[in-house]
Design a protein around this ligand. Structure first.
Ligand code: NDP
Ligand code: MG
Length: 392
């Protein structure tokens, strides 16, 4: 049976892996409904034409004309601007891949959630900035949420979903990023090019920087708490540089179940695309003999304070994860533009949290999109001001 699928953020790294699998699937296995991008209009148009999409939406309205021109000879509807991307999420699909980067993906992803079908969630920031609201909408719509993030996909695969009382803790693995062994005093000098050079995973720019600060693991900690309904104290993080074990679930009888595989996002993406069945992927077969040994370390909280900041934000709950995420998005963009240094990223997140806590009641859950977006906007303004006044 043909599965109708939409890819929000189709021109990014997750989009590339998703379309790679769709290209390899049996003819007629998938029908592409909608694809979105922000500004990469050429790639969006090429994908829409290649896959015969029904609808293509470009987030930056400045490119709407170019998109229409590129698609004029094809029977593909084009749209531009934020509402067009939301409309892409609303178009009836059996499966939506939510792969926009950042809180910008919240509204289109919620539109897909509201359809009550299946959503593959890669866009972790939209869950971090609006976890309470997001999970409530998933429940109300009866949506099947399949995690794409490799750690959460691993947990999803080994979790006894119908027996939560048997679970003792979730153990997220972290590669440790490119600076795992960099001495503390050298970290301040790390450049965007060095931070983008991830030792194991090939990913988009923002998540690569998040991996280098370990803030990605902080976002994933919050993501896991919402996805699997577990308190912060039941989620551990262990550094595992080979990234072969993608995460684990420990049960009360002492059993620890892990999901393993070569580090390639096409495994979790393929899992979600074909769920509840399995599909073949071109992912390299795991050869444990070649790998020889797997190693594990405690995360270094002195060099990577972002993970602890995430823990605190998760414990505070309510608006705190939203502020954590917004401040980090501003910090990563500022670091990539050369405006702040590497260690300023966690410092800016911490200062923004401290400042916003004076104005916002962190304990209160943000239960409407307006409340989420207002909190996000205020935190971004504060983070921007802190950069300008260099109050880091
Ligand atoms: P990329 O930066 O490679 O791609 C992001 C996509 O979102 C692009 O299609 C981009 O369009 C679009 N986009 C960017 N900004 C906006 C905006 N303001 N409004 C609408 N669309 C926008 O990111 P990744 O594919 O690496 O990551 C996507 C999500 O998946 C992130 O949340 C990330 O944390 C998560 N993830 C990624 C993994 C990976 O291996 N890459 C692994 C696990 C999770 P354009 O191309 O036009 O800029
Ligand atoms: Mg991950």
């Amino acid at each position: 049976m043909t599965r109708r699928i939409s890819v929000l953020g189709g021109t990014g790294s997750i989009g590339d892996s998703t379309f790679d699998l769709i290209r390899r699937a049996a003819p007629g296995a998938f029908k592409v409904v909608a694809i979105t991008a922000y500004s990469n209009v050429d790639k969006l148009a090429a994908l829409a034409i290649e896959f015969g999409a029904e609808y293509a939406a470009i987030g930056d309205p400045a490119y709407e004309g170019d998109l229409r021109d590129a698609l004029s000879a094809h029977d593909i509807k084009a749209g531009g601007g934020r509402n067009a991307v939301i409309e892409a999420g609303q178009r009836q699909a059996d499966f939506t891949m939510a792969a926009i980067i950042g809180a910008a993906g919240l509204e289109p992803t919620l539109a897909a959630v509201d359809q009550g079908r299946t959503v593959g969630l890669a866009n972790k920031e939209c869950l971090v900035c609006a976890g309470d609201l997001f999970m409530q909408r998933v429940k109300t719509a009866g949506t099947r949420l399949l995690p794409i993030d490799s750690e959460h996909n691993a947990i999803f695969q080994v979790l006894e979903h119908d027996k939560p009382e048997g679970v003792r803790r979730l153990i997220l693995t972290a590669s440790g990023g490119p600076f795992r062994e960099t001495p503390f005093d050298e970290l301040t000098k790390m450049t965007p090019a060095q931070a983008l050079n991830h030792p194991v995973w090939s990913m988009g720019a923002k998540i690569s920087i998040d991996s280098s600060t370990l803030i990605n693991k902080g976002l994933e900690l919050i993501e896991a708490a919402y996805l699997f309904d577990r308190p912060e104290c039941e989620i551990d993080v262990v550094v595992h540089p080979q990234s072969i074990i993608h995460s684990m679930v420990e049960y009360i009888d002492g059993s620890v179940l892990a999901q393993m595989g070569a580090p390639d996002m096409r495994t979790p993406i393929g899992y979600a695309l074909s769920w509840p069945k399995r599909m073949e992927t071109p992912v390299k077969q795991l050869n444990l003999v070649d790998i020889g040994a797997l190693s594990f370390f405690k995360p270094d909280m002195i060099r990577f304070p972002g993970l602890d900041l995430a823990r605190t934000a998760l414990k505070q709950g309510g608006a705190a994860p939203n502020v954590f995420n917004a401040a980090n998005e501003v910090a990563v963009a500022a670091f990539l533009n050369g405006r702040i240094g590497f260690m300023d990223i966690p410092a800016l997140v911490e200062k923004t949290l401290e400042t916003q806590e004076k104005y916002t009641s962190f304990g209160q859950a943000l239960m409407s999109v307006d409340a989420v977006l207002a909190c996000d906007k205020a935190a971004r303004r504060t983070a921007d001001e802190l950069i300008l006044t260099l109050k880091l």
